[in-house]
Design a protein around this ligand. Structure first.
Ligand SMILES: O=S(=O)(c1cccs1)N(Cc1ccc(F)cc1)Cc1ncn[nH]1
Ligand SMILES: [Mn+2]
Ligand SMILES: [Mn+2]
Ligand SMILES: [Mn+2]
Length: 371
């Protein structure tokens, strides 16, 4: 079939652009030290061929999600400007994602809420319905959005600015994330990766109004392993030196994300919650509140264990759900993820990539020519 070009705004599903169903590989990196042998091992190549043939496991699912991410973010970086509302920015990203991934129930779609955290807020802010906030010229906005295909979630983020004041902060975080990507590998210890990330991050300083401010790695944010339909797979890659001897393992997916700050280097929960997710191990308890029962049914049907936000509930026709939602949170069935912010007046930045530890090599799935 003739392959189509992507439109602007992006609306052409990727199966039209990659008709043979083969999506582009991410950036490949050989393992180091005692795992370097894997690149040329016939056994490891055999294992990979088997995985590639298994429709459930094939790498094509996550590679399609990664290509969607690259094409949507390329458009977003071009059109997002000061004066746009948070809601319009979120819609721009989500409409593009849904079209290109060819959204289909729980088979494929948005991976989690579009994060648009600004300035001292580092993560987990997304506009709720009625939010009238407007992007400002001096803002430092973390654009963190996800795409999933058959539950394989691509989690990648970048920081947008509209003047050069914080270029050094962004440079520090970009370098720290690339250090994390480089240090990741089969048998790599999470605590050692964290130390390397912190060392890179804290070798930078930012000059603001003639004052030199050291860049701090945010000590209570972290990267994470990713499982099918589960954004947090249980392993965390912290950003400051620690003694976690836990190793990365073959076949695991990791989101390597780092956050730098000109403030305390520590975030606290602050502001209205937008992000939620049903717990994977949610207790099966009898719900007496009928509205909570029907809301949980809607969450199971529309999101499963994928994170969602209030706008996604609005979109699937739910209304007046707040009491029921807070009840599900109180019962430990749904986890809330409040916005995470450093001190007011400070600035935070983020870069994030998703990588896969294949039997033969590390594949940085979300790598693009932008970051
Ligand atoms: O901070 S996390 O909760 C976490 C980090 C380490 C262990 S759990 N979080 C996972 C998540 C939670 C809710 C979401 F809606 C989406 C993702 C990291 C993250 N947020 C955005 N991108 N990546
Ligand atoms: Mn993310
Ligand atoms: Mn993440
Ligand atoms: Mn809580």
């Amino acid at each position: 079939a003739k392959t189509e070009q992507q439109s602007e705004p992006p609306r052409v599903g990727l199966s039209k652009i990659f008709p043979d169903g083969n999506y582009p590989e991410g950036e490949l990196e050989d393992y180091r030290d005692d795992n370097a042998w894997r690149t040329t091992s016939e056994e490891m190549r055999y294992n990979e061929r088997m995985i590639m043939q298994d429709p459930e496991q094939t790498y094509n699912n996550i590679r399609k999600a990664a290509e969607v991410h690259r094409q949507v973010r390329q458009y977003a970086r071009k059109v997002i400007k000061p004066g746009m509302s948070m809601i319009d920015i979120a819609d721009t990203i989500e409409n593009g994602t849904r079209a290109l991934v060819e959204e289909n129930g729980l088979e494929s779609g948005v991976g989690f809420p579009t994060g648009l955290s600004r300035n001292h807020c580092a993560a987990h802010y997304s506009p709720n319905g009625g939010d009238t906030q407007i992007l400002q010229q001096g803002d430092v906005m973390k654009v963190d959005f996800g795409v999933h295909v058959k539950g394989r979630i691509l989690d990648s983020a970048f920081t947008l600015t509209f003047d050069h004041t914080y270029d050094k902060l962004l440079e520090a975080v970009r370098a720290a994330t690339n250090t994390g990507v480089r240090e990741a590998g089969i048998d790599a210890r999470l605590g050692e990766i964290a130390g390397a990330i912190q060392e890179t991050m804290e070798s930078y300083e930012v000059e603001i109004n003639g004052k030199l401010i050291p860049v701090k790695a945010i000590e209570n944010l972290s990267g994470h392993s990713i499982n099918p339909y589960q954004i947090h797979g249980g392993k965390s890659v912290c950003l400051v030196k620690n003694n976690d001897q836990t190793k990365m393992e073959e076949g695991e997916y990791f989101a390597i994300e780092t956050f730098g700050s000109t403030g305390r280097g520590r975030v606290v929960e602050s502001g209205e919650v937008s992000h939620y997710a049903k717990m994977v191990d949610a207790p099966r308890i009898p719900l007496r509140l009928t509205t909570a029962k029907s809301l949980l049914k809607s969450i199971n049907k529309n999101f499963g264990t994928l994170p969602f936000c209030r706008r996604y509930l609005d979109r699937v026709g739910e209304s007046k759900y707040l009491l029921a939602l807070n009840h599900l949170v109180a019962q430990g069935i749904v986890q809330d993820y409040p916005p995470l912010c450093d001190a007011p007046g400070s600035m935070t930045a983020q870069f994030e990539h998703t990588l896969l530890l294949r039997p033969t090599r590390k594949e940085v799935l979300s790598r693009g020519d932008d970051y």
